[in-house]
Design a protein around this ligand. Structure first.
Ligand code: TXA
Ligand code: MG
Length: 342
């Protein structure tokens, strides 16, 4: 972070502060500036989605490659439909079931959505977030907000204003602080331009929930090596902390230590994140217990990885999560965070 020029941080914990932050953020966005904002999934880095000069500032601040499209956020059905060229019945059903919420629908883009938002592609990702600040902000602006997660490209998504500040520093002039995000993992992304609809990125709106609403649904997002890359979020290594992250299932402390030693890793520079088999704390750089239900685990995961990363350990070992549908998005993020780790 640039100590000379730190970002301004706006609090929102009283109605007056909330309202003042809405007005100030909207005024910056109207002027073509970028603002880091809370959503229920992760913090986003927002700009006026109709203004390519403003959207270019997002890419610059994140160091994001321009071939990765940005999600457009709306706060009502009319604004959602204004962003797209067609609104199929599948979109209507999913919007009714899951909006506002952590679900992004990929649809043919409207003509006035700039190419930079969609990375030159014919489709746009649209989401109506549940977070009250985002809803108030979009309503105040009257235009849709393009917003990727508010982190430097390929780093962990932020779930607090402090994470944003640490990742983007002075490249973001204004951060709205609404405390920790309630969901904690990025939204589920569903492509509705293919038949059957296809999950591009799993999230806490699960495949089972989508299936219950849609009927037919393709979940072959895991077969990413097989076909052309549809969503750059599918890059194997993504959402990664600085430390090497390993995922493993163990029975007790001795079992975990033996596994670690076999890999020539040292407990003293390793942090353990467990949700059921908590090892005894002696000898480790640190041990943390994360909750063992999937919603609470998702809420805690990135915050815990950010916290441990700041401590500067070499390795983070995360206890493998259950192979169940409710854990699929968490397993996906852990797999990506671990990709490339030895
Ligand atoms: O929960 C979220 O989705 C958060 C908050 C801020 O809304 N946003 C977020 O944005 O995670 P980002 O840019 O970090 O990830 C968006 C993902 C990327 O994998 C991107 O490639 C994909 O959505 N995506 C966006 N538009 C797309 C499109 N038109 N077609 C296919 N994939 C798209
Ligand atoms: Mg991201």
């Amino acid at each position: 972070m640039d100590p000379v020029n730190p970002p301004r941080v706006l609090a929102t914990h009283t109605p007056a502060l909330f309202r003042a932050a809405v007005v100030e953020a909207a005024s910056q966005l109207r002027a073509g500036e970028i603002v880091a904002v809370p959503t229920e999934t992760v913090y986003g880095l927002a700009a006026d989605a109709r203004n390519p000069v403003a959207v270019a500032k997002i890419y610059a601040a994140k160091g994001r490659p321009v071939h990765n499209p940005v999600i457009v956020h709306v706060a009502d059905g009319d604004l959602a439909r204004a962003c797209v060229a067609s609104w199929p019945v599948t979109a209507e059903r999913l919007a009714r079931a899951f909006w506002p919420g952590p679900l992004t629908l990929v649809l043919p883009k409207a003509a006035d959505i700039p190419e930079l938002v969609t990375a030159g592609g014919p489709t746009v990702g649209v989401r109506w977030p549940r977070h009250p600040f985002m809803q108030a902000l979009i309503t105040e602006c009257g235009f849709p907000l393009a917003a990727p997660s508010a982190n430097a490209a390929n780093q962990l998504s932020p779930t607090t204003a402090g994470h944003v500040q640490r990742s983007l520093g002075a490249s973001v002039p204004l951060i709205v602080d609404a405390g920790p995000c309630a969901v904690g993992l990025e939204s589920t992304v569903v492509d509705l331009t293919v038949e059957p609809p296809r999950i591009l990125r799993p999230g806490m709106v699960t495949a089972a929930a989508l299936h219950a609403v849609l009927g037919a649904l393709s979940t072959d997002h895991l077969a990413e090596a097989a076909g052309p890359r549809r969503s750059p979020g599918q890059l194997p290594r993504h959402y990664a902390p600085r430390a090497r992250l390993l995922v493993h299932r163990w029975t007790d402390s001795a079992d975990l230590l033996a596994w670690l030693n076999a890999r020539h890793l040292t407990a003293a520079t390793t942090h353990v994140l467990a949700h059921t088999h908590l090892p005894s704390p002696e000898g480790w750089a640190g041990v943390s217990l994360v909750p063992c239900d999937p919603e609470a685990f998702a809420r805690a995961l990135y915050a815990e990885l950010h916290r441990v990363d700041v401590l500067g350990v070499d390795t983070i070992v995360v206890e493998a999560v259950p192979e169940e549908a409710a854990w699929a998005a968490i397993a996906d993020r852990l797999r990506r965070a671990a990709a490339g780790a030895g």
